[in-house]
Design a protein around this ligand. Structure first.
Ligand code: DQA
Length: 151
């Protein structure tokens, strides 16, 4: 297993597949994990895939990813995206790139979803591609590594 990508999922994403399927689709979180594993294998990365409904877990895991020298973090913080200064501070605190992902196009939904605290510190943002967005984010981390991220 090569260097590791952390994929961190926030609240209610454990319910993917049955949660508001017209909005989030039928893929389960296990399906998303399988897709991430495939993408990581393609790029020679290991995968650490997690989900929590608790804000502090997400903060601790971002810190852990930073301390572990991970390739980067793919973060779907779900509703905490729109509320959490603690998560923003965690993303800003780590030296590894954090890619913010949303399954839905948050800009096409309720106005409160257009505000992301995380985007200020995220390396990049991907939304609206469904679960495919996670694989795109992993490909993005691989691309950053290959080009040598100088930003
Ligand atoms: C989400 C979008 C958020 O606004 C929402 O609270 C979620 C999921 C997405 O993946 O589209 O729980 O992050």
């Amino acid at each position: 297993m090569g260097p590791t990508v952390y994929v961190i999922n926030g609240p209610n994403l454990n319910l993917l597949g049955s949660r508001e399927p017209d909005t989030y689709g039928r893929a389960t979180l296990a399906d998303v994990e399988a897709l991430c594993r495939e993408a990581c294998e393609r790029h020679g990365f290991g995968l650490d895939f997690r989900q929590s409904n608790h804000e502090g877990d997400l903060v601790s895991w971002i810190q852990e990813a930073g301390a572990s020298g991970a390739v980067g973090v793919v973060l779907n913080a779900a509703a905490y995206t729109h509320t959490s200064i603690a998560l923003l501070d965690a993303v800003a605190a780590v030296a590894v790139p954090v890619i913010e992902v949303h399954i839905t196009n948050v800009h096409a939904r309720e106005p409160f979803r257009r505000t992301s605290y995380l985007s200020k510190a995220a390396k990049g943002v991907i939304c609206g591609f469904g679960p495919l967005g996670y694989a795109l984010a992993i490909a993005g981390l691989a691309g950053l590594q290959t080009q040598g991220d100088r930003s």
